[in-house]
Design a protein around this ligand. Structure first.
Ligand SMILES: [Zn+2]
Length: 330
């Protein structure tokens, strides 16, 4: 996966902060132990002196080098044993004063061979998720807080099920999707009018998936398709590069949430961009959530047969019904 330089820099910064926090903790432990057992300072001083001696010896060519090295090693083992004994007597674990490493794979270097390590990728995905600011704007979207009582218990005229019953099913599907991610078989299509909770449930899923360390990308359909257009047609190199980066993010992220499909301008470029985005992600086996106010007939009228057949075949359609809960809340 190609990495966004800005986000990668933020991920490295997070890794540095973790390393710094580990160093601070090690220093704190040293102070703590030395306050409880001042002999530690003598031992630590001795160990440091031995390291310096070792460095000096390794550069020298004296005749009795091997004997002096062996003696140094004996003294070193002796001091280490004393330190261990001291820690035991204080009831502390043997490695209590060792350097603290958060990731055993890369030893906090961030690199696993010539690839970014899993720990760095986790920070990267967190940085990417922080970009979800517009979606997670309230900061409290969660399945637990989703209020089913805002939905009517009696069916609307012409419907056979009540909005509350329908939303219970949808809530269950969304939870299942988030909990099982990425091992989910279907993509999701949220269909229904404004103010029925489509964006809210997108945010709930995004939060759970992102917290698991997967990358999530959220864009309105108009912004998403505009990025494709800019990438292709702008003469401004910087804008083109930024748009290309955005397009790659949308195509490569683990979960793409495409909001408000149907509000974008319909041009041949935007239609082909939409197909590209949906199709590339399907081929790569990556999951997408699309939300739209359009009905099936409206989707068919607006989009090509190619796009409609991909949506029909690969997306689980969830019909949000009821009255605008944003209006009811007011
Ligand atoms: Zn690592």
């Amino acid at each position: 996966m190609p990495y966004d330089g800005k986000l990668l820099a933020r991920a490295r910064e997070a890794l540095e902060q973790q390393k710094q926090a580990n160093q601070n903790e090690q220093q704190r432990r040293l102070k703590e132990v030395s306050a409880r057992a001042p002999q530690l300072d003598t031992i630590s001083f001795g160990l440091r002196r031995q390291m310096a001696e070792l460095a000096r010896l390794s550069l020298s060519h004296s005749a009795d080098l091997s004997e002096r090295l062996a003696a140094l090693q004996r003294e070193n083992l002796e001091l280490q044993a004393q330190r261990l004994e001291l820690l035991r007597s204080l009831g502390l674990p043997e490695n209590y004063l060792d350097e603290i490493i958060s990731c055993s794979i890369c030893r906090d270097s961030g690199m696993d061979g010539n690839q970014p390590c899993r720990c760095l990728r986790k920070y990267y995905n967190q940085a990417l998720t922080a970009e979800l600011g517009t979606l997670l704007r309230h900061g409290d979207e969660s399945f637990e807080r989703f209020d089913l009582t805002l939905y009517d218990e009696t069916p609307l005229p012409g419907d056979s099920v009540s909005p509350r019953f329908a939303m219970e099913q949808i809530l269950r599907q969304c939870r299942k999707f988030a909990d099982n991610f990425p091992a989910v078989s279907s993509n999701l299509l949220f269909q229904g009018g404004n103010g029925l909770g489509k964006t809210y449930l997108s945010a709930c899923i995004a939060r759970v998936v992102a917290e698991k360390g997967y990358s999530v990308c959220y864009e309105s359909a108009s912004a998403a398709l505009e990025a494709y257009e800019t990438q292709k047609f702008t003469r401004d190199e910087e804008a083109a590069a930024a748009a290309a980066q955005r397009v790659r993010g949308m195509e490569d992220c683990d979960l793409m949430i495409l909001d408000d499909l149907g509000t974008e301008l319909t041009t041949s470029v935007s239609m082909s961009a939409l197909y590209t985005l949906i199709n590339k992600r399907l081929i790569a086996g990556k999951k997408t959530i699309i939300s739209t106010n359009l009905s099936d007939e409206e989707l068919q009228r607006r989009y090509s047969a190619q796009i409609c057949s991909r949506i029909r075949g690969e997306f689980l359609r969830l019909h949000f019904i009821g009255r605008d809960i944003r209006l009811m809340k007011k």
